[in-house]
Design a protein around this ligand. Structure first.
Ligand code: PDD
Length: 286
């Protein structure tokens, strides 16, 4: 049984209850973050919290998350659950409006804060290292994909559709150009060895791992460019991979059934994964 956090209390997961009037439940009026935990330490925590604050601002939440307090809760959950490798999920909603109303509740309505841990399995790491098959699919999400909200139904549907096509994930497409994966950012390595990923805009989540991986590329002296790329260019890439806090750097070995490179995880992704893990652990918060 897990100990989870809900509005100031540490309680067993089966006892954590939220009101039916909570706006997170009725309107997906909630923001979230997922922070990687390795060796009991938080990876890239300050950047996740910075993005959480940005999401709160963008949705005009009347309160700002207190990062120092949230760090203490993250630490306490790791401790109470004996978490070694895994992740911590945090969700903050606009709170319980005591009824259903499209208008926001009064500004003094407290938000709902919940957090829980998830354990990482060795099988996940292995799958990510050995490569994923992705299929491309229309990006039908709302046009503020830069805000990390719990409005994830389309991503979930796309993931299921990918599964029906015997693939592991979907890469989403707007105007013939890849935006990102269902829950990760998309990268390719072109034939001439350049790393390419879509530039930041409202079309994609500003991935924390994406940024860290670009920093690693800089350190490696690897040429990279932030620009859009088409489905066709991705299918012809020398190498492809995705990034996220949960999958870290995950090789993509086929796109729409077209084998990428030699069909095996490529060296650029593998090297970036290695450097990211080393740097991430060096800077991790215990
Ligand atoms: N998802 N793009 C989308 C749409 C995402 O949902 C995520 C993360 C990313 C990668 O962001 P980061 O590197 O900061 O994790 C990109 C999390 C892991 C999730 O929903 O579980």
């Amino acid at each position: 049984m897990r100990t989870v956090y809900l509005n100031g209390e540490y309680i067993p997961d089966t006892e954590a209850k939220v009101s039916i009037f909570d706006r997170g439940f009725l309107f997906a009026d909630a923001i979230y973050e997922v922070t990687l935990v390795l060796d009991g330490k938080l990876i890239d925590f300050p950047n996740h919290m910075q993005r959480l604050k940005r999401s709160a601002r963008e949705l005009q939440f009347p309160f700002v998350p207190d990062v120092d307090q949230l760090l203490e809760v993250h630490r306490e959950l790791i401790r109470r659950n004996g978490l070694v490798d895994g992740q911590i999920y945090i969700q903050i909603t606009r709170g319980n409006a005591l009824d259903r109303d499209f208008a926001f509740p009064p500004a003094d309505t407290p938000g709902t804060i919940l957090m829980f841990t998830q354990v990482r399995t060795a099988a996940l790491d292995q799958a990510m290292k050995s490569g994923k098959a992705v299929v491309t699919m229309a990006d039908l999400r709302w046009q503020r994909s830069d805000i990390k909200t719990v409005q994830l139904l389309y991503s979930s549907i796309a993931k299921m559709e990918a599964g029906r096509k015997r693939a592991d994930d979907a890469w989403l497409v707007r105007d013939g150009l890849i935006t990102e994966g269902t829950n990760n950012n998309a990268f390719i390595v072109t034939k001439d060895g350049r790393l390419v990923t879509r530039p930041l805009s409202t079309d994609i989540l500003h991935g924390i791992t994406r940024k860290a991986v670009l920093d690693c590329a800089k350190e490696m002296g690897l040429e990279f460019v932030e620009r859009t790329f088409s489905v066709e260019e991705a299918r012809q890439a020398k190498e492809a991979f995705s990034t996220s806090a949960t999958t870290i750097v995950a090789a993509v070995t086929s796109i729409d059934g077209v084998v990428i490179g030699d069909g095996k995880p490529g060296p650029v992704g593998a090297k970036l994964r290695e450097i990211y893990l080393r740097k991430g652990l060096d800077a991790a918060i215990g």
